[in-house]
Design a protein. Structure first.
Length: 221
């Protein structure tokens, strides 16, 4: 197809020629940088040192494994609908506290189709992963505890916390590959800055001189 375009003289079009020049520049710059980047030598000692200085970056936030039963409340619901939903949520909670199985009641009453058939299981939730109204309450609960009805934009939730996982900083071995990737990226960014500074020193003065000469010629006209 490229040959066909060339045959029709498209490569002579000024706009296309300009675009081709830009593509060539981009490819050359990319290959030039890749060639320089290949010479970067990174050893495990450096990676470990980077990990020690940046441990907080790899901290895993607190997590909770939760199940919920949602009683849906439509947007702009009237007071009667709101009260009916809240009453239903309270009744379900009362059944659980009396010994009814949370998972069975979730399958019967929950309006969350995504978790209903799984007994309301939402899996593990990290801090910052869900809506604030919901998150604020679920992270206060203890394992095995059943929440009071929690209001969210979706309605009322009855929540059971299965397990709490405290925040932790993983060991070097646990995040070694990620640390190596981050450190390499840092070194590549430093290399790019060095290359740009070097090229600026080598070529920018020449550009200024050329522009200055051209400007002087224009002024003399």
């Amino acid at each position: 197809m490229a040959l066909a375009g060339k045959k029709e003289g498209l490569d002579k079009d000024p706009e296309i020629k300009k675009e081709l020049i830009e593509i060539e520049k981009s490819v050359l710059a990319k290959k030039y940088f890749e060639k320089k980047a290949k010479k970067l030598n990174i050893n495990e000692r450096e990676i470990k040192e980077y990990y020690k200085k940046n441990k907080e970056r790899y901290k895993k936030p607190e997590e909770v494994h939760v199940k919920h039963i949602l009683i849906y409340v439509p947007k702009n619901a009237d007071k009667a609908t709101e009260e009916k939903a809240l009453k239903k949520a309270k009744q379900i909670r009362a059944q659980i506290l009396k010994g009814a199985k949370f998972e069975e009641l979730a399958k019967i009453y929950s309006d969350d189709k995504g978790s209903k058939e799984k007994g309301g299981d939402l899996g593990i939730i990290k801090k910052g992963q869900t809506i604030p109204e919901f998150e604020k309450e679920i992270f206060k609960l203890k394992p095995g505890e059943i929440s009071l009805p929690i209001r969210s934009p979706y309605g009322y939730h009855i929540v059971k916390v299965e397990k709490k996982i405290p925040e932790k900083i993983p060991s070097f071995e646990e995040v070694k590959d990620l640390v190596k990737e981050d450190y390499l990226q840092k070194k590549e960014e430093e290399l790019m800055a060095q290359i740009l500074q070097k090229l600026y020193r080598e070529y920018q003065p020449k550009i200024y001189l050329k522009l200055g000469k051209k400007d002087m010629q224009n002024e003399g006209r």
